[in-house]
Design a protein around this ligand. Structure first.
Ligand SMILES: [Zn+2]
Length: 248
């Protein structure tokens, strides 16, 4: 009997304590349920959207890839045709021969010789450049000569892979980094602009006003750049991108 009374008292005490919380707890549970289902719905909706986005993206890349592949296949066929019939022009996207130096101090063609021994028919263009400026291979090819080139001073000559072009860098540094027979790629650094004065060249007829031997017929450091197309000298600017040229 007493046991029952105690039990009843405990229960009623518990109810009394919990009563104020029952309604808020029920409300919280209902709210939680609503929030959970809503976020679930959102999550699913979002997930689905993401999934469809990924599918779309994959499909997009797939078509892009196929297009690229088709293009490169077409390109390779075209390259092959060009090679067979000689219609390709390797010079169409030739690089500029001196890295970061775009000032031309003398153009191709007729001119007044700036120094004794320099031609009045200028065989190339003169690009102003300080000693050590990097010389850039303008198109894929093979080094055909490296060494002293008389009026050109120390000279590097490269023949294009298709055999159509031969291009020379004159007044170079004698510390050559390429050698004859070496295959070179467009954009590759193949040498450096040389000093104005060079010593130790036997029978070097070129001298500056102080009587010091010079790096060919030159009045100062620069790159004299020549291009031959099928053996004939052409204006290098016919094949070099004109947009890179700044006139001195
Ligand atoms: Zn020159």
């Amino acid at each position: 009997m007493l046991k029952n009374k105690v039990k009843k008292a405990v229960v009623s005490f518990a109810i009394m304590i919990l009563k104020p919380f029952i309604v808020p707890i029920i409300i919280i549970v209902i709210l939680l349920a609503i929030v959970c289902s809503v976020t679930d719905i959102l999550y699913i909706a979002f997930n689905h959207e993401e999934e469809s986005n990924i599918k779309e993206e994959l499909a997009y890349y797939d078509t892009e890839y196929k297009r690229d592949e088709a293009k490169s296949f077409f390109d390779s066929v075209w390259d092959f045709v060009e090679k067979i019939f000689g219609g390709g022009d390797m010079a169409k996207d030739a690089d500029w021969p001196v890295e970061g130096q775009y000032t031309i101090t003398s153009y191709f063609g007729k001119r007044d010789a700036p120094t004794a021994g320099a031609s009045t028919m200028h065989s190339g263009i003169d690009i102003a450049a300080t000693e050590g400026s990097k010389l850039v291979c303008i198109m894929d090819g093979e080094v055909t000569s490296v060494g002293w080139g008389g009026a050109g001073g120390y000279t590097i000559t490269i023949e294009s892979t298709d055999g159509v072009y031969k291009f020379s860098y004159c007044h170079c540094s004698p510390e050559f980094i390429v050698s004859v027979g070496q295959t070179v790629k467009k954009g590759e650094i193949i040498g450096k602009v040389g000093p104005k004065n060079v010593y130790g060249v036997t029978n070097n007829p070129y001298k500056d006003s102080n009587g010091n031997p010079t790096n060919g017929a030159t009045t100062g450091c620069h790159c004299h750049f020549t291009v031959r197309k099928n053996g004939e000298l052409i204006d290098p600017l016919e094949i070099l991108k004109e947009r890179e040229v700044l006139v001195a």
